[in-house]
Design a protein around this ligand. Structure first.
Ligand SMILES: [Zn+2]
Length: 183
C-alpha cells in the first residue's frame, strides 16, 4: 500500500521552485472556489514546484494548496512522511483538480494550518479515502487510495481548493484551541 504513485516522477521533475509567501485567514482567496487547472500548463507546473519549495522551508508543514499562496486554483502538494500518525504513505506528491470519490470510517482528529497559525481544531474526517486527480507535468490521471493521516491531509488540501478551512469543519467553538506560545 505504501510507495510512490505510479507515473509520478517526483517533485524534482517539475524543476526548481521558489519559496512563496503564505497568506493567512481571513484573506478572501482562502474562501473562494479555486479554478480548475490544466496540469500540463507551464504556469501550473511552476506553481506546483513553488508549493513544494514553500512546503520544504516550513517546519511541520504536511501540505500546501495554491489558495494559500494567493492563487485561486485547484492544485496542492502533500507530504505527510514525517508524521507519527501516518500509515499508508505515497511520499511527496502534487495533485490537480482532485476530488474525493469514496470516503469512509469517519474519525475526529486535531488539525492545524499554515494559514491559521494561532489555532488548531478537532475535525471529523474520513480515515479511508479514494481520491482522483491529475499529476502536474504529464497530466496523467491517478487514483489514490489511502488512510489515516495522509487521508486527513488530502481532505484538508482539497477543502482549501474549494475555499474551505478546517475552521469551517470543526463541530463547535469548543473544538478550537489556541496554540501554545513559546517565548
Ligand atoms: Zn491548511
Amino acid at each position: 500500500m505504501t510507495g510512490p504513485i505510479e507515473g509520478w516522477a517526483g517533485p524534482a521533475s517539475l524543476g526548481e521552485g521558489s519559496v512563496l509567501t503564505v497568506v493567512g485567514a481571513p484573506h478572501p482567496v482562502l474562501a473562494r472556489l479555486g479554478d480548475p487547472v490544466d496540469p500540463t500548463d507551464p504556469a501550473v507546473i511552476r506553481l506546483a514546484a513553488d508549493l513544494f519549495a514553500t512546503m520544504a522551508v516550513s517546519p511541520g508543514c504536511v501540505g500546501l494548496a495554491a489558495p494559500q499562496v494567493g492563487v485561486s486554483a485547484q492544485l496542492f502538494v502533500v507530504d505527510v512522511g514525517a508524521h507519527p500518525k501516518t500509515a499508508t504513505l505515497h511520499g511527496s506528491f502534487a495533485l490537480c483538480n482532485a476530488t474525493v470519490v469514496e470516503a469512509s470510517r469517519w474519525r475526529p482528529g486535531r488539525e492545524g494550518c499554515m494559514s491559521v497559525p494561532d489555532l488548531t481544531g478537532d475535525v471529523k474526517r474520513a480515515s479511508r479515502v479514494v481520491v482522483t486527480g491529475q499529476l502536474p507535468g504529464s497530466g496523467q490521471s491517478v487514483t489514490i487510495t489511502t488512510d489515516a493521516f495522509e487521508a486527513r491531509a488530502l481532505q484538508h488540501e482539497i477543502d482549501h481548493c474549494s475555499g474551505k478551512l478546517f475552521l469551517d469543519r470543526v463541530s463547535s467553538a469548543h473544538a478550537i484551541y489556541q496554540r501554545k506560545v513559546y517565548l
